[in-house]
Design a protein around this ligand. Sequence first.
Ligand code: NAD
Ligand code: 0WE
Length: 265
Amino acid sequence: MGMLDGQRALVFGVANDHSIAWGIAQALHEAGASVGFSSVESLLERGVRPLAESIGSTFIEPCDVQSDEQIRAVFTKWRAAHGPDEKLDILVHALAFARREDLEGSFVDTSRQGFAVALDVSAYSLVAVVREARAAGLLQPGSSILTLTYYGAEKVVSNYNVMGVAKAALEASVRYLAADLGPEGIRVNAISAGPVRTLAAAGIAGFKKMYGSFADLAPLRQNISIEDVGRTALYLASDLSRAVTGETIYVDGGFHIMGVPSADA
Ligand code: NAD
Ligand code: 0WE
C-alpha cells in the first residue's frame, strides 16, 4: 500500500533525468500516484517521453507557460484523458527561466524586458497554472500544489540577480494562493532546494564553486539530491502535511540557518 495509491499528479518542468521535477515525479510514483507530465514541446520526445513511460505514464503534453492558451489546453486534455469525475490531487510546478545575460553581471543592469520574462515564467506561471486547473474544475479539497524556490529569494546570491526577485514574487504568490484556496481545502507550498546540478544550473557563472562550498557550510555537510527533494515533496503532497499551507520548506541540509561560518569550517 502506497501513501498516494489512487491519486493523480501532474508535473510541470521535467527536462531530463537530472531535473528536480523528475526526482519529485519518481517519489510520487513510488508512493503509488499516477503521474502525468507537461514540458516545453522541444524537450518532450527526446527527454521527457522515455522517462515518463519508464514509470508507466501516458499523459505527456507540451506547454509553454508564457501562454494562457497552452496552459488551458493541458487541463482540457487532462480532462479528456481521465474523464469528468477525475480530479488532480497533486500539481507540481518546477520551472523557471531568466535570460542568460540577466544571470551574470550586476542586477542593476537588468532590462525591463529581462525582468518581465523572468517574473512571467518563474512566478506568474504558478498563478496561471493554478487558476486554469481550478477553472477546469480539477482541484478539490485535499489537492496539494507544490513549487520550487531558492535561497536567492531572500538573501543576495551573486549572479542569481533577477531570478532572486522572481523567486521572492513566487514565494509571496504561494502565500496569497494559499490564502485564496485554503477555504476550498486546497494547499499551496514551496520547497526551497539547495543547489543541484541540473540543466538550469549548467554553465552558470560561479555555480560550480558555489556548489562545492555548499557542502562545507551546510550543517549536514552534504549537497542535496533530487531524491531528497522528492521525499519532502511526498510529505507536502500527502496528508502527512494536511494542516500545512503557504509554507516554504528548506531542503538544503540546513544551509539557510547559518550566519557567520566558523573559521575552521
Ligand atoms: P531543469 O532545467 O531540469 O528544469 C527547469 C525546467 O523549466 C525545464 O524543464 C524547462 O523546460 C522549464 N521551463 C523553462 N521555461 C519554460 C516555459 N516558458 N514553459 C514551460 N517550462 C519552462 O532545472 P531544475 O533545477 O530542476 O529547475 C526546476 C525548479 O527548481 C526551478 O524552479 C528552479 O528555479 C528550482 N530550483 C533549482 C535549484 C538548482 O540548484 N538546480 C535550486 C533550487 C530551486
Ligand atoms: O533557479 C535556478 C536557475 C534557474 C534558471 C537557470 C537558467 C540557465 C539557462 C533560470 N534561467 C536560466 N536561463 C538560462 O538561459 N537555480 C536555483 C539554480 C541556480 O542558478 C544560479 C544559481 C543557482 C543555485 C544562478 C546564479 C547563481 C546561483
